[in-house]
Ligand binder design. Structure first.
Ligand code: ATR
Length: 270
């Protein structure tokens, strides 16, 4: 029998850090399995899923841009993901070939801020795309107070707030963040090759946390502005590793060695 394997699929896919993360954990735990990156175009997605369904060595895959919504219709069981986050980032194959879709982005986002008590507190989120959906899902479960959702496309922002039952307001991108306990950049602004996210953080209280999902580069203008104000920060690698950890356990049935996160971060930033 061939070695068990899982993979990440997307278009493009060469930049993905998932093989490094899962490979590090497989090595650390001595699991004889592989995790690879596979380029799958949108046209090829249905045929890809059907071929893998019949491969008993395939444990499943992580799904990245642009397949997260299309994948919903290609699995038997989208769990509660269809009605909630509306996007799949992980597909898991059962022994009988049945495919379950799930989304580990919300758990990955939540893990680094699990100790924060945000109940009833104002939060600012920038972005209304797929990543923002998972983040708003997690924030709604944390029972946050009013959400200021800034997005280039304001209508998209307003629709998201109401679909997650969150109180607050949708605005176009603003030059300054309103007073908030947490500010999250859920856009690609700040990523290498994209414009920076320039946001004045003067109005934030001293115990506010600033969270940027961008991980390339790790030090974004937003996080630099937060550090200049001595605010606590969470960078995009924490969410990336957090979502991968949940998927790893689903694929390989073992919890990853999170006590080696520092070593993993060194590899990811080398
Ligand atoms: P992801 O799955 O990473 O969230 P996405 O669904 O394409 O990707 O969402 C990208 C987000 O970044 C959106 O909020 C998008 O704003 P719009 O909804 O207005 O398109 C935001 N974004 C991307 N590039 C941007 C730019 N140059 N200026 C402002 N917002 C941008």
């Amino acid at each position: 029998m061939t070695k068990p394997y899982a993979e990440v699929i997307g278009d493009p896919i060469a930049h993905s850090k998932s093989p490094l993360i899962h490979g590090f954990w497989l090595d650390a735990l001595g699991i004889d399995a592989e995790y690879r990156a596979t380029h799958v175009t949108p046209d090829a997605l249905p045929a890809y899923i059907e071929s893998r369904r019949n491969d008993p060595a395939w444990r499943g895959c992580n799904v990245t841009v642009p397949h997260k919504v299309a994948a919903l219709d290609l699995v038997e069981d989208p769990g509660d993901v269809r009605g909630s986050i509306g996007a799949v980032n992980t597909i898991v194959r059962a022994e009988n070939g049945a495919l379950t879709g799930t989304n580990t982005d919300a758990a990955g986002f939540y893990a680094p801020i699990a100790d924060l008590d945000l109940a009833g507190k104002p939060v600012t989120v920038i972005g209304a795309g797929g990543a923002a959906r998972a983040i708003l899902f997690a924030l709604a479960r944390m029972d946050v107070g009013p959400v200021t959702l800034m997005n280039r496309n304001v209508l998209k922002g307003a629709a998201l707030l109401s679909s997650f039952g969150l109180k607050g307001q949708a605005l176009p991108l603003q030059p300054a963040a309103p007073p908030s306990a947490l500010v999250v950049n859920a856009t690609s602004l700040g990523m290498t090759g994209q414009p920076p996210l320039a946001l004045d953080l003067t109005a934030l209280p001293d115990d506010a946390v600033v969270y940027d999902i961008v991980y390339a580069p790790l030090e974004t203008d937003l996080l630099a502005a937060a550090r200049a104000r001595n605010l606590d920060t969470v960078d995009g690698l924490e969410m990336l590793v957090g979502q991968a950890a949940v998927a790893f356990e689903l694929f390989f049935g073992a919890a990853p060695p999170r006590d080696r996160d520092d070593e993993l971060r060194d590899r990811l930033t080398a």
